[in-house]
Design a binder for this molecule. Structure first.
Ligand code: ZN
Length: 108
């Protein structure tokens, strides 16, 4: 959780993630209430295919502070070293809505 001055809410507040834009020569911060996850529409097809092909190796252990159940399933040994028991119990399938990761079980 970072505290930034939010240009949309027009005040300092906490948010899980922030976007920074340069507008008229100054930087503006926008909290996660006001942006959607990055669209994959602009990703070239080859990159997209690669990402799907290697989705498993691209799995990240965390998403916004929540441990990834997919990561734990894919890499149980690494996960055993990385996460505490408490963290494992909190783990969720955080990547199931991600176009890059949703088919990771079928990938490398
Ligand atoms: Zn805000």
């Amino acid at each position: 959780m970072a505290v930034e001055f939010c240009s949309v809410c027009n005040k300092k507040h906490k948010a899980t993630s922030w976007r920074t834009y340069a507008e008229s020569g100054r930087l503006i911060h926008i909290c996660d209430k006001y942006f959607k996850p990055v669209s994959v529409e602009h990703v070239p097809q080859s990159t997209k295919t690669d990402r799907e092909k290697y989705a498993k190796s691209l799995l990240q252990p965390w998403r916004e502070g929540t441990p990834s159940a997919e990561f734990i399933e894919a890499y149980p040994k690494q996960a055993a070293k990385m996460f505490t028991l408490k963290e494992k119990l909190k783990a969720k399938e955080v990547w199931k809505d991600s176009p890059n990761h949703k088919n990771w079980r079928k990938s490398k």
